[in-house]
Structures are given as C-alpha cells and as structure tokens.
Design a protein around this ligand. Structure first.
Ligand SMILES: O=C1O[C@H](COP(=O)(O)O)[C@@H](O)[C@H](O)[C@H]1O
Length: 236
C-alpha cells in the first residue's frame, strides 16, 4: 500500500489540515501510552503548521519534540532549525512540550553522533509522528543527493537514530554543510508521517522523485519505506 496524497487549494488550508492531523495523532498517542514523540523538520515550509500547533489545546507536557535534522550552528544562528522550532512551535500552549536538541557543544556533527544517538533512542521507538519537508533537489531530512554519509545514514542499523552528513558541494545545503539527521530506520519506522510541500515546482520534484532511485532523490526512500503511514500534503 502506498502513501496518501492530499492537494489543498491554498497553503493556509494545507497548514490547517496538517496542524489538525498532527494534533489528532499526538492526542491519540498520549491516550494510548501517556506520551508522544514529535520529530519536526526545519526549512521554510513548516512554520505555518508550527504557529497553528502552538495555539492548539493538547497535553503538551506529555509531548517530546525533536528534530528531523539540524544544521551544525547554534540556536542564535538564523539557519538553526532549533531556533525555528523554539520561536514558532515551542511558544504559547506548546511551550509546555519537552525539546530534544541535536546541536551540542561538539565541534562537528560527527563528534556528537554517539551522544545524540542515545538521547534520541527512547523517543524513536518508534516515533509517533514525523513532519518531513522536501528540498528542490529531492532531499528530505539532511539526506542530500551525493552527500558524504548519505548511504550510512539511510541504511543505518536498528537503534542508530541519528547520523552525520557532510553536504559539502550540495548547492541546496548552501553554507550549512555540516549536519545531523535522523537515519533511515528512525524515519521509516515512524508510526505516522506528514510530508508537507508547497509550490508547483515541488510538485514536479515529487513526481520526479516517485520515478527516481532513492540515491538520486532520497525523499523516495522515506516515501517507499513509510508507505500507507505517510500523508503527503501539498498546496500551490
Ligand atoms: O535544509 C533543509 O531543507 C528541507 C526542505 O526545506 P524547505 O525550505 O524547502 O521547506 C527541510 O525539510 C530540512 O529540515 C532542512 O534542514
């Protein structure tokens, strides 16, 4: 069985739907097990969903929010995914949620992997909900085509929740080459997933990815692995 694809007329409607779906999934997980893990992406797409969720009634003190990936810069940096999440999601009602950073004081993402694998393990067993994005090169998380560490990250062993990526030379990664990302097993074992994409250009990228190999367009690996647990939400 494959993913569900939902096209909305506007980005506002898509963000409303994604926020409603996310709060429903998290509430069900809390009802089931008393807690929920919510792994979120950075980049430009998720902020409208974060803003809606931050105003949503939920037992946020039972939710642990973590990152799908991080650029190896501190939270004071404009490119930090942690900063985006703190400013847009972890405010208001959602301010009661716990937060699991990826960035540590280690010099490089690689040096922090062992520590972050352990920190993320209890919350990836499996992840209750993951919010993915997709770049115009077909990357998701920090799985950049042709990046160093991509294969090891996608095909990591069970329990290896995070990995380092060196995206030097990958245009879309820009100045943020040193990164940490959730691994293949962490992402594709998630109980539920949303892939949020905006714009006609990204719909074309998605169409290409559905015909491409996971190595060329790594979002394909997440789409195939998640199958019916994935909802793709798109708006022009
Ligand atoms: O660098 C990143 O890019 C992707 C896609 O971002 P977008 O700006 O095109 O929405 C994002 O999912 C990832 O978390 C981020 O680090």
């Amino acid at each position: 069985m494959k993913h569900e694809f939902l096209a909305h007329a506007t980005r506002e409607e898509a963000a409303d739907f994604a926020a409603r779906m996310a709060s429903g999934v998290l509430a069900a997980a809390i009802e089931d097990s008393g807690k929920a893990s919510f792994m979120v992406s950075g980049g430009s797409s998720p902020a409208p969903v974060f803003n809606r969720l931050s105003k949503t009634d939920l037992a946020w003190d039972r939710v642990t929010v973590g990152l799908v990936d991080e650029r190896w810069v501190g939270p004071e940096h404009a490119g930090s995914n942690e900063a985006l999440v703190r400013q847009n999601l972890l405010t208001g009602k959602a301010g009661a949620a716990g937060f699991l950073p990826m960035k540590t004081s280690a010099e490089t993402a690689g040096e922090a992997v062992a520590d972050r694998v352990l920190a993320y393990q209890p919350h990836c067993d499996p992840i209750d909900l993951i919010l993915l994005g997709m770049g115009s090169d077909g990357h998701t998380a920090s799985w950049f085509p042709n990046s160093r560490g991509l294969k090891a990250a996608m095909h990591a062993g069970e329990g290896a929740t995070v990995a380092a990526i060196d995206a030097t030379g990958c245009e879309i990664a820009g100045q943020y080459a040193d990164r940490m990302t959730l691994t293949g097993p962490a992402i594709i074992d998630s109980d539920a997933a949303i892939l949020l994409i905006f714009g006609e250009d990204k719909r074309e990228v998605l169409d290409l990815a559905l015909k491409a190999s996971p190595e060329d367009m790594p979002v394909r690996y997440a789409i195939d692995g998640l199958g019916p647990r994935l909802t793709i939400i798109w708006a022009p």
